[in-house]
Design a protein around this ligand. Structure first.
Ligand code: NCD
Length: 326
């Protein structure tokens, strides 16, 4: 593993499988009455959130706490950032407080990279979503969820996603989740197809390791997982489709379309969902939809990332066992 996690594109197949396997070991913790490991005791993780978030921030907080790290939550609202403080001055403040890891979400694409390469801080930097660029831990938790569901023994330990067909549908243009998933899933050997209206397909997509289709009905019948993306109204400064009804009809997932998916195929959504837009309530609430499970898997996956970046050098389970026997 590298020192920082900025982009899913930086992960090799072996890095990614190691993170998923470590997450799988750590997930077993969640079944125990005491969900805490002493691994990061005395280390400080700062959650630096410049953009709204519910699940990602809580998930990183839960992950760090389950590893016994001290957690400082910093959100731009109500901080000196609203007085005009720069990223640099904020970073220097965190460094003075001894942050071992900084988990950053920022509205500007590239902010985590800047933080990691600036020399302002010494700790590990984890990208928790930057603008429309990347959201690598979301892609990791998605890969974890897919691997668990599609492997015969229910864990998939040691395996990648070779030959799996994954369809990512919707507002790809504004989606850091889609970008990170295309990189990670293809690194893991999956065949990825993006489905979107032509106006929501990013410029330069030809160089991405995936296929592009404009016809959801043509691909749902032969896919192992369908990942629905939220229509990101807050990032839209123009009309990208005629009406919401038209969008939902052509690119939304409803019960009829879901019924045409192979029986084993799952429906994924990173949340928050726009019910009635990209996904109907019937599909969102069906037992084929893994949205809630993805949130739970996010905690184990982020534990694995923090554990590996902050120098976990033995198997996570071995560490847990040693502590138990003390
Ligand atoms: C995503 C994000 O913030 O990029 N959500 C998340 O992290 N759970 C996707 C989204 O906002 O649609």
């Amino acid at each position: 593993m590298k020192r920082h996690l900025i982009s899913a594109a930086d992960l090799s197949r072996d890095d990614a499988v190691l993170i998923l396997d470590t997450a799988e070991e750590l997930a077993r913790l969640a079944d125990r009455p005491i969900k805490k490991l002493p691994t990061l005791r005395g280390r400080t993780v700062v959650n630096l959130f410049f953009e709204d978030s519910t699940r990602t921030r809580i998930s990183f907080e839960a992950a760090a706490k389950r590893l016994s790290a001290d957690v400082i939550n910093f959100s731009a609202k109500g901080s000196s950032v609203s007085k005009g403080e720069s990223l640099k001055d904020t970073a220097l403040t965190l460094e003075a407080m001894g942050a071992d890891a900084v988990v950053i979400r920022h509205h500007a694409s590239g902010a985590p990279h800047r933080l990691a390469t600036s020399g302002w801080i010494n700790g590990a930097v984890v990208n928790a979503g930057d603008g429309t660029h990347e959201h690598p831990t979301q892609a990791l938790l998605d890969a974890f969820t897919i691997r668990r569901h599609l492997s015969p023994d229910g864990s998939g330990a040691g395996q990648d996603l070779a030959g799996r067909r994954i369809t990512i549908v919707g507002d790809v243009l504004h989606s850091r989740v889609a970008r990170s998933n295309v990189h990670l899933l293809s690194t893991l050997g999956a065949e990825v197809t993006l489905v979107a209206p032509p106006t929501l397909v990013p410029f330069g997509v030809e160089s991405w390791p995936c296929e592009v289709s404009y016809d959801l009905d043509a691909v749902v019948g032969k896919t192992d997982a369908v990942m629905m993306l939220r229509v990101q109204r807050e990032r839209m400064n123009a009309a990208f489709f005629p009406t919401e009804r038209e969008y939902a009809r052509r690119y939304g997932l409803d019960g009829d379309r879901m019924a045409r998916m192979p029986e084993h195929a799952i429906v994924m959504h990173p949340g928050p969902m726009n019910r009635g837009m990209e996904i109907t309530a019937e599909v969102a609430d069906s037992d084929r939809c893994t949205a809630v499970e993805q949130v739970a898997n996010g905690v184990s996956t982020r534990m694995a990332v923090l554990y590996l970046l902050l120098g976990g050098n033995e198997s996570a389970v071995a560490a847990a066992r040693t502590e138990e026997s003390k």
